[in-house]
Structures are given as C-alpha cells and as structure tokens.
Design a protein around this ligand. Structure first.
Ligand SMILES: Nc1ncnc2c1ncn2[C@@H]1O[C@H](COP(=O)(O)OP(=O)(O)OP(=O)(O)O)[C@@H](O)[C@H]1O
Length: 929
C-alpha cells in the first residue's frame, strides 16, 4: 500500500513520476524540503514537501520482496516504530527474520497491478498469459502424486516409483531400502529425497557412503536429479574455516570412514541438524547383542537426532539376522529392542501372508481363512478384497520399515549362465596354505611367484583372447592379487588391464573405471578386489570372471550384482576357474549344487549359510564330506525358500510393490511427458524474454542467451548456451542434454522469475469479435491466495498458492465461468500506448468500480477456498491419523512420535489455513470491438 504521511529519515518512498529511480530513502528533512537518496541509481533529489510527487512505501502482508543482499523474502507482518517500518519476513527456507525498511532492496519493483493499469504502464499480453499459466501450474503440482518423480532422468520403473511415493509421503520416513542388488536403491533414495526437497520437507540432507562410492553418488544425484551435493573429503573438511564445516552446506555427501576416523568430523556432523540422513551399504554397520562397531555407533547417534533416515543395503542379512535386527533398531529403537521377541514374531507371519496371497490371487477363502480374518485385530468386515490385503500387509511384520523388491517379483531381468573351468590345483598350494579357508585364495600364501605356477593365469589369458573384444570384469578377494595379476597379464600376454581396489584414491578409481568403459581404446578387462567394486555399475559388461569365491553368499551376490543390474541387456556369463581336488572345488559345488546361487539369486542363502557354516568349513577341510553337505544344503534351501516365500518374504513382496499404485504413477508421468506442456510453456517464455532457441539434433533444442534479453542473464543458461531435450527417452540416451521438465531447476527459476516480478501484472488487449456495436469492456483479474506457513507443514497440499480468475463485464458480472482466458486472444495494445491510455482515462471511474467489485468477489471466494481446504485437511489427516492409531495397536513398527507429529501437524495446519493472504496479482483490460 502507498500512503501519505510525514517524512522521517530512514523511510522509503517511491517517486510517482520516475519509478525507474528505484526506491527512495529519506536522507534528511531540511525546513520545507526533503532530501531523497536513490541508492539504486546513485542520485539524490530535493523535493518541496508539500508538492512532492512521492508515495510512502508500506508493504502488505504476503508481498514478495528482496533485501539489499538479494535474499528473497515474503512479508508476514508490518510494524511501525516511531514512524519507521519493520517487516517480519519469511525466507524461502521458512526462517523468519526482521527487516527494517532501510534494508529493502533499492531496486525493488513494486508489483502494483492496479496502479500500473491506471497509469498506463502496461506489459505485453503474453506476459499476462504466462503469469496465469505459471500460477495454474503451481496449483497442479501442489498435491500431485508425481511431484518429485517427474523430473528425474530415470526410466519409469514401476516398483521404484511406488516405493518412492509411499516413503516420501510419510512424515519423517525412517526405512530400510533393501531391494536386491542392482534394482535401483540409489535411484529410489534419490526420488525420495528429490520429492522431500521440492516439497520443503527436507532442506538439510546428509548422504553417508563408503568412500569408493562417493563419486558415483555425486554423479548420480547431479545427472539424474539435478541435485548438487557438496562432497566432503578430508581436504574439504579441513579447508572450511567455519567452526562447523558441515553447516556451510545444505546437501552434503561424505564417507563413513571420514566421520569415524576423525573425531572432530564425527562431532561436527552430529551437530549438523539434518532433516534427512541416507546411509548406503548399511550392512557395514555391524551390531550384535554383545556390541556394535564404531560405524554403527556413529550412525546410531546421527539417526537419533535426524527425523528422516534411509538405510540402503542389498544384503540386509549379511553377517546374520542379528545384524539385520541391529539395522532395524537404528530406525526405531523403541520398537526393535528385543532380538528374541523379534525372532518369535517373524515366525508368526506365515498364515497371514498365505491369506494375503490367496486374496491377491482371487482364490476362494476356506473356513480356516475366514476364521483367521475374524481373529485378526481391526474390523475387516465389509471391506473390499484390495482393502483387506492392504490391511494385512500394512499391519503385520516389518512391512512399514523394510522394503525389499526382488527379481523374482519384478521380472524382465536377463539370465545368468555359469561357465566353470576345471583346472588342476598346484601341489604347492596344498602344502603352503595354513588351512582350507586360506586355500580359497592360495596365492596369498606364496610370494609374487604364484603367477608362474597358477593355471588360472594361462586360462585367463586364453579366455580373454577368445572373448576379445568383449569386456570382462574380474573380481577376486584381495588387492594384492589384483596388482600381481595385472603385471602377469602385461608381461606374459601384453594385455593391459585397468585395476580397481581399496588402496586407490577415488579419483584413480574413477579414472580406471572410465579407462575400462571407453568403447574404442579402453581396456578389455578390469581387475577388481572385493571391496573395490562394491556398489559400482558395470551393466555394460556381460562377462564376469570370479577368480576365487567368497565364503559369504551375500558377497557372491554383490559380485554378480555388478553386472546383474538394471540396464543389463544380455545374458550374463559367469566364468569360474575351479582348482580341482581342494577346498576351491568344494566351495564351487556348494554354490552351484547346494545353494544354486550362480544361476539365480538364492534368497535362502544367508540363512542356510548361517546354519551350515560349520559343516561347510568341515567339508572344505575334508572334501569327502562334500556330498553330505550338498544334500543337506539343498534340503535346507528348499525348506527355507518355501518358508520365506510363504511367510516373511511374501508379505514383504506384497508390501514393497503395489502394482496398482505404480501403474497409476507411470501412467500419470507418461501423460505429462507426452503432453508437451512444459516445452510449450518454456518456448513461449523464451520468446517473450529474448532467449534464442532452435531445433537441435534428434528433436533436441539448442538454447542460447539472446542479444536483447529482458535481463542480462537467464537462470541456468550459460553464456555458450546448452542443448536440451523434453523427451525422457532422449534424456536417458543423451546425458549431455538437459532434461527439461516442470521440475528442472531452469523451469522452476523461470516460474519464480515470473511470480516474483511484476511482468504481466497489467495488460490491455483489443479483441475484434465483429459484433458491430460500440466497444465493450471486460476486466480480467488474477487474485492470488497464499497461506504463509513453515515449509515442513506442507500447507500446499491443501491450499497451494491459488489463482482466482475473475472476468468482470461492464456491469460488474463475473463471466469467468463462461469465457476462458484462452478465448480472449486479441491485439496487444502495449505498442499503442496512446490508445491504451486514452481508453483508461475515459473509463477511469468505471475501472475503479470494477476493481472494487472484484476485490469483494475475490474475498468471498477466499472464504470458500479456506473452508474447503480446512475440510480436506481434516478428512485427509484425520484418516491418516486414524490409520496410524489403528495400526499402532497391532503393529508396533508405528512409532508413537509419528502419531504425535501428525497430530501436532493437524493442529498447526488448522491454524495456518485460516490465515490466508489475498492479493491482486495481475489485471488485464479487454476491449471487445
Ligand atoms: N529408473 C532407472 N532409470 C535408469 N537407470 C536406472 C534406474 N534405476 C536404476 N538404474 C541404473 O541401474 C543401476 C543400478 O541402480 P542402483 O545403483 O541404484 O542399484 P542399487 O540397488 O543401489 O545397487 P547396489 O545393490 O549394487 O548398491 C545403476 O546404473 C542405475 O543408474
């Protein structure tokens, strides 16, 4: 609002005749004169107080402004102290601060649609239309099920989308993502955090990974989600002078090793005030009833003080069930406090899972099923089959905390083929190695000479030659073996190999991976140690050599998972050189015949291993026991497989993948992808703004800064320009092209640029509809209702910034329902200011009446909007609360604090939703002639 009042030094005023001077600042009052400084232009003016063409600047609640440092703010409240104004403002991050008026941005353009229209300061018609579309798009996104999922550069893989939507929809999710290796846990975590960031639910995010995976995460977050994480290694940690370096960044990626090995880093990270913690390869966090590793202890402390926690592991039971329990305990210590009780509980899931499965298959229910249904807590009578299944899945087991998708449930994965090669075990291996386990990697007992007598070397050379030019990944247990193998291949056969092991710096490893991946002059083989290759992506390779075999079945799965992952297009050939007659052969047969773990993933493997570990070790020492071991292994595998698929795993599978939900998500994203809306919006904006764009190769667009752009720069557009695509398929193939969607930072900055400025706030159009009578007027008004609230309340789900469009005819009737905005396209009168101004002058009093009438109508509509939003919020949160409370009675994985948070949220939302701001955002005069 601009008001008249007395002049005082420090006040801000605006020149009514020379708006281009920027905001004025009263420097001094000298007798009857006032001296006004205009810091934006460096000018000073002296005015006679009585006739100064100046208007006092007093901002209204809800106005978007900036301070001198450029920080974007929204006004929450205005207070006056001795004639000077202080604004209470909110930053986009939800922080609240005070801003004295003298700190206002000197270049502040006040968005005054009314004044602009009446003074004939008009923008092009297309800006008005863009403005309207921007608000409409914001409303569309607010409660969209695909928010955060749409803009990721990923193929639409159903189980990932459903999982991400479910987890990101929770208040402070704490879950273990345990999909089988290579099914996309990193992508799932990325989708979850992308949505949480876009909705404001998370701002400070910490990702902790093993050191070798740091760079891969950095790249995946950047290229797939446009998220720029700050990578903290030792150097960076030391280089930041702040007392807590982690406070310097909002999104941080760092290694668990750094946090554990440096006490100062560990302390600092605990003070980081994170909203969301992601821990990759969480099976490294070891726990047993008698103690925990330092890594575990650190993550436990972090998890205790961070509301959202995502733990990722493909092998949740690596190192046993106790470790698995320990990881669940990190997520919810209150629920998982007693290991024995946990084990008991798990054994009770089978009948419930069987019932859920029968319901799912549409089978007739037996009397026993019905009895079980009746015996289960909660009133299931009268519910549909789908609803009963949902209840069963939701209310039993670790369902809400643990997600595990399997290849068996997802389908469409390529096959694996085992190619074993029997080789004689050299005599010296038998005598030198300390015991049978040591003989599994016998070369370690010998010096570097082993390469001269080990038959696996010649076999490897011959195999590589036969497979040439196909790429081959070799994995073995030890880094030393990797180094010696490389040398032997070079010396004996002139074969260059890239290497990858835990002793290498991250940069060296990335270079090696790139050297191997290069299609033309890359190496044929990459030699990896066990740890060195964990979590890495090598799906472009189809041949895997297991130079030795690990004792732990989960490690075998991790190894095969380097190739057997999303994106693998061919049958995977697994080559195993087997040293016959010794423990190597026993272990090979154990995997091949006992567990059947080469051809497909063996879900029972870790449980069978835990039970038969002693027999396996005995057979390694004494191969004569092998047949008995294998028979026992097969029997146990079959039994556990059957139990798992009937019980725990079936429940897990039903809960981890909801086909109906994922189908809806895929369909919705595809329809937005194919609508071309975002492309059309951006192109219109670029044309209006002066950004150059032209068709590029293969349907792409080449975008460059134009010579006469409205502003000097355009957000996210480098001087040299960029190539962009609007097509998902194209974006997946051409990673060098920006994937422009509604969620891309460039699109979001464009939308912000429009709504935060006054572009298109006043416009005038001449529509010639040939009615032959004297011209008539229509006044189109866009009101925006905004509900100020901290971002984590997510008020936008119920009342997003909402545009109310009014179209008043000369008699003040609202015709918006009859005449759409798009139907009123005509001749923009911006170019003919003389005509525009004469229309305004001649209609000034009618316009004033219409504007007033519009305000009344908009306020009426606002009341309805608030009532409606409140009712929807009560219904939705009420149902969520009811569900959680009911769930808590039967399934203790629901944490009491979850329920409490939801309750508090409902209350705060109830208050916030009655404090909506309403303002006129834009106005357009349509002359019908
Ligand atoms: N939706 C997707 N679109 C495109 N690529 C994907 C998608 N999901 C996964 N991928 C690719 O598949 C591979 C495996 O994904 P990811 O690394 O997320 O799996 P993971 O389950 O974390 O694997 P690991 O168990 O080895 O840690 C990666 O190369 C990833 O980029």
């Amino acid at each position: 609002m601009l008001t008249a009042c007395e002049f005082l030094p420090g006040q801000r005023w605006l020149s009514e005749t020379q708006g281009e001077l920027g905001l004025g600042l009263v420097e001094a009052v000298e007798g009857r004169h006032v001296r006004m400084a205009y810091p934006a232009t460096g000018e000073t003016r002296l005015y006679a107080m009585r006739e100064a063409p100046l208007a006092r600047v007093e901002l209204a609640t809800g106005e978007r402004i900036r301070d001198r440092a450029g920080q974007a703010l929204r006004v929450l409240e205005t207070r006056s102290h001795d004639g000077l104004l202080v604004y209470r403002c909110e930053t986009p991050d939800g922080d609240v601060r005070e801003l004295p008026e003298c700190e206002l941005d000197d270049r502040l353009h006040l968005n005054r649609p009314r004044q602009r229209l009446l003074s004939g300061r008009l923008d092009g018609d297309r800006w008005f239309t863009l403005r309207y579309r921007t608000w409409l798009q914001g409303m569309r996104e607010a409660d969209s099920p695909i928010l955060g999922l749409l803009g990721a550069r990923v193929a639409l893989i159903p189980h990932q989308l459903a999982l991400a939507a479910e987890v990101a929809g929770r208040d402070a999710p704490r879950v273990l993502l345990a999909d089988e290796v290579g099914l996309g846990k990193t992508i799932e975590a990325g989708l979850i955090l992308h949505r949480m960031l876009l909705t404001g639910r998370a701002r400070r995010v910490l990702i902790v990974t093993p050191e070798p995976l740091l760079h891969q995460w950095l790249v995946e977050m950047r290229r797939r989600f446009n998220l720029r994480f700050a990578l903290f290694d030792r150097g960076r940690f030391e280089a930041i002078a702040e007392s807590n370096p982690f406070q310097a960044e909002q999104q941080v990626l760092c290694s668990l090793d750094l946090l554990v090995s440096r006490p100062d880093a560990g302390r600092a990270v605990l003070d980081g005030q994170w909203d969301l913690l992601v821990v990759d390869e969480a099976h490294h966090l070891t726990w047993s009833e008698s103690g925990a590793s330092p890594e575990y202890a650190l993550v436990a402390s972090l998890a205790e003080r961070t509301p959202g926690v995502l733990l990722l592991t493909a092998t949740p039971e690596q190192l046993g069930r106790a470790g698995h329990f320990g990881r669940l305990r990190l997520l919810d210590p209150a629920r998982f406090h007693d290991y024995a009780a946990f084990q008991d509980e798990e054994s009770g899931y089978a009948p419930v899972a069987a019932l859920a499965a029968r319901l799912l298959d549409g089978a007739e229910l037996s009397e026993a099923d019905r009895n079980l249904l009746r015996a289960l807590p909660g009133d299931l009578d009268g519910l549909s089959r789908e609803a009963i299944i949902e209840h069963l899945v939701d209310r039993h087991g670790t369902g809400r905390v643990l997600f595990r998708n399997t290849r068996a449930a997802i389908h469409g994965f390529p096959e694996r083929r085992l190619l074993s090669h029997a080789l004689p075990e050299p005599d010296v291996y038998r005598t030198l190695a300390a015991d049978a386990v040591a003989r599994l990697t016998p070369e370690r007992a010998l010096g570097a000479d082993w390469v001269e007598l080990d038959p696996r070397i010649d076999w490897l050379i011959a195999t590589l030659r036969a497979l040439r030019p196909a790429k081959v990944l070799l994995i073995c247990a030890h880094a030393r073996t990797v180094l010696e193998l490389r040398e032997a291949l070079l010396r004996r056969a002139g074969i260059h190999a890239a290497i990858f092991h835990e002793g290498m710096e991250i940069v060296e490893r990335d270079r090696a991976a790139a050297y191997f991946a290069a299609a033309e002059d890359g190496t044929q083989i990459l030699l990896c140690s066990e740890i060195g290759s964990e979590g890495r992506n090598f799906q472009f390779v189809h041949h895997l050599v297991l130079f030795d075999l690990p004792l732990e079945p989960d490690l075998l799965e991790q190894r095969i998972g380097r190739l057997d992952r999303i994106g693998q297009t061919e049958t995977i050939r697994i080559h195993v050189p087997v040293l016959t007659g010794g423990p190597g052969e026993v272990l090979f047969r154990w995997y091949a015949e006992g567990l059947g773990a080469f051809d497909v993933i063996c879900p029972a493997a870790s449980a069978v291993f835990a039970q038969l570990r002693g027999s396996l070790l005995a057979a390694l020492e004494d191969p004569a026991r092998t047949d008995a071991l294998l028979a026992e292994g097969r029997r146990l595998t079959d039994r556990i497989d059957a139990e798992l698929s009937a019980g725990r795993d079936r429940l897990l599978e039903l809960h981890s993948h909801r086909p109906a939900v994922s189908a809806m998500l895929v369909e919705t994203i595809e329809s937005v992808d194919t609508s071309g809306d975002a492309a059309e919006y951006l192109r219109r904006f670029w044309d209006a703004f002066g950004v150059e764009h032209e068709p590029g190769p293969g349907g792409s667009a080449v975008v460059r800064p134009g010579l006469h752009m409205l502003h000097e720069t355009y957000p996210g557009l480098p001087e040299e320009g960029l190539t962009a695509t609007f097509a998902r398929a194209d974006a997946l193939v051409h990673e060098d092209r920006e994937f422009l969607t509604w969620e891309h930072p460039m699109t979001r900055a464009t939308m912000e640029l429009l709504t935060a400025s006054d572009l298109g706030a006043a416009a005038m159009t001449l529509v010639r509809d040939g009615h032959g009578k004297s011209p008539t007027l229509l006044l189109e008004m866009l009101y925006v209702a905004e509900c100020p609230a901290p971002p984590d309340l997510q008020v936008g789900r119920f009342l997003p910034p909402t545009v109310l469009r009014l179209l008043l005819d000369a008699e003040g009737r609202d015709r918006a329902g009859e005449i759409a905005h798009d139907a009123l396209q005509g001749e923009c009168l911006t170019q003919n200011l003389k005509l525009a101004r004469s229309v305004v002058q001649s209609q000034a009093s009618r316009l004033a009446t219409l504007l007033k009438r519009g305000e009344g109508l908009a306020h009426e509509a606002l009341g309805a909007l608030e009532t409606d939003a409140l009712a929807r919020m009560q219904v939705l949160l009420g149902a969520e609360l009811e569900r959680l409370t009911a769930l808590a009675r039967v399934n203790p994985t629901v944490r009491p604090d979850e329920i409490e948070r939801l309750r508090t949220r409902r209350e705060s939302l109830g208050q916030a939703l009655t404090r909506t701001d309403l303002r006129l955002d834009a106005v357009r005069l349509v002359v019908m002639a």
